[in-house]
Design a protein around this ligand. Structure first.
Ligand code: CMX
Length: 426
């Protein structure tokens, strides 16, 4: 871990001192206030968390460490992970060191496979993934060092160590789960000559004569890697980590949030919806047919998966990147054509419906049909792919949080009676 540890060794003390002084000087300055609708409405828009790895301006979408995601779409995930943690792009030497380092940590302990093999055959792949990570907790270097006794200033160091181990192992773990859960035959040995995402694609065992599936995996891993700090998975990871639970506990917890249908599970729901469209109309529907189908979905009280966002108010640039990939790699695919048509029709329907604040597609609207096109057809598995990628963001946020010496989370909750009294007082 020479290079990234060197860089962080240089950066962390200065950063910690800067933030400490800044907070001391401005401790009582108000940066946000909370309205009743926010207290009951998922704290939407309340600025009470700090996350320096990325931001999501509603009118631009994801920006990682100052770089719009569109500029990063051709980078390797290892480079983006390095960027998330350190705040700078790796040079060739740092990237090579990162790739080698992660590859050297890829082995998943045997007891993890035994644990997963003991699970019911129909367990959701996300449960297996989260449990697999939790089962590995005994590998935590942070917990070992903490038990031995370390200074607070050292926490980030062993968190980084845990996170590198975890990220190194996740492709192996996730690919093994895929093969086990969907009866694909024995696990495939990792190939240390391949980059992290290509190796993941290789271990999944999807036939890839053109190499495009590997390209899709690289893109997928970059696009899902982080989305600031307030989304359910990032916030959960941060909250659990703030108790100094190690990265295995914290990332596993975050993934349990990612597994929800309003968050990461939406990608599986999205493809399911597109398939229902194709089945109902025997192919790509007309605009009118699609419009009616969308209204039927809305009138039955369901959401249109892949559309809307808690923060965004424009087409998600990650959707745009996937759409561009699909246009190049599989424009003839009927599922891609439906996704394309959905993009033309659904925003208008959602605007007319008048509920969703954001009628535009999010990242989940296009990813599923691309995976399906290349033969990854088990859509229950899609959130695991999201999780492998998002673990990078969760880990980076955890490392930075430990580097800054952030406190355990403990916001104040109030009763409805208290809110009513506060309202009455004006
Ligand atoms: N279809 C139908 N109704 C929608 C909608 C959609 N795609 N998106 C939002 N709405 C509805 C909400 O359900 C809400 O209705 P109620 O007032 O009856 O509760 C209303 O519009 C207002 O919601 P909002 O403020 O615009 O959106 P939220 O911040 O509450 O929720 C999200 C955001 C993503 C959960 C929501 O847009 C949604 O359910 N989308 C579909 C699922 C999806 O694609 N999730 C993936 C998100 C990406 C990610 O987390 O990574």
């Amino acid at each position: 871990m020479a290079k990234i540890m060197d860089v962080m060794n240089q950066k962390v003390p200065a950063l910690r001192d800067e933030i400490k002084a800044f907070v001391k000087k401005n401790a009582e300055v108000t940066i946000s206030e909370v309205k009743v609708r926010q207290a009951y409405g998922g704290m939407r828009g309340v600025k009470a968390l700090v996350c320096d790895t990325s931001v999501v301006p509603p009118d631009q979408g994801l920006i990682i460490r100052g770089r719009p995601i569109g500029e990063l779409k051709d980078k390797l995930p290892e480079a983006v992970f390095y960027l998330l943690i350190t705040g700078e792009m790796p040079d060739d030497e740092a990237l090579e060191s990162m790739k080698k380092d992660l590859a050297g940590r890829a082995q998943v302990p045997d007891y993890v496979w035994k644990t997963l093999e003991a699970m019911p055959k129909d367990s959701h792949p996300m449960v297996m993934f989260s449990l697999g990570i939790l089962a590995m907790e005994k590998e935590s270097v942070f917990r070992k060092k903490y038990t031995e006794g370390i200074k607070k200033e050292e926490y980030w160091r062993y968190t980084l160590e845990d996170c590198m181990n975890l990220i190194g192992k996740l492709p192996n773990l996730a690919a093994g789960i895929y093969r086990m859960r969907f009866d694909k035959g024995p696990r495939i040995e990792s190939d240390s000559n391949l980059d992290w995402a290509a190796n993941f694609a290789h271990m999944l065992g999807i036939s890839d004569p053109s190499g495009e599936f590997k390209n899709l995996m690289r893109l997928y891993m970059v696009l899902h890697s982080d989305h600031e700090g307030g989304n359910v998975s990032a916030h959960t990871c941060h909250c659990v980590g703030s108790a100094l639970s190690d990265a295995y506990y914290a990332v596993s917890a975050g993934l349990n949030g990612l597994a929800g249908p309003l968050h990461g599970l939406a990608n599986q729901e999205c493809l399911r919806w597109v398939m229902m469209v194709k089945e109902k109309f025997g192919g790509v529907p007309t605009d009118e047919q699609l419009k009616q189908f969308a209204w039927d979905t809305l009138n039955s009280g369901q959401v249109i998966p892949g559309y809307g966002h808690a923060v965004l108010r424009v087409t998600d640039p990650r959707y745009a990147a996937f759409h561009e990939f699909g246009t190049r790699a599989c424009a003839e695919d009927p599922y891609f054509q439906i996704v394309d048509k959905v993009f033309k029709v659904i925003p208008g329907v959602l605007k007319e419906h008048g509920k969703a604040k954001d009628p535009w597609p999010n990242v989940d609207a296009a990813s599923g049909c691309l995976l399906y096109h290349f033969g990854l057809t088990e859509f229950e598995y899609y959130t695991v792919l999201f999780g492998v990628s998002r673990a990078m963001g969760m880990c980076a946020q955890l490392i930075v949080s430990r580097a800054l010496g952030e406190a355990i989370e403990r916001p104040k909750s109030v009763t409805t009676e208290w809110v009513k009294q506060a309202v009455a007082k004006g």
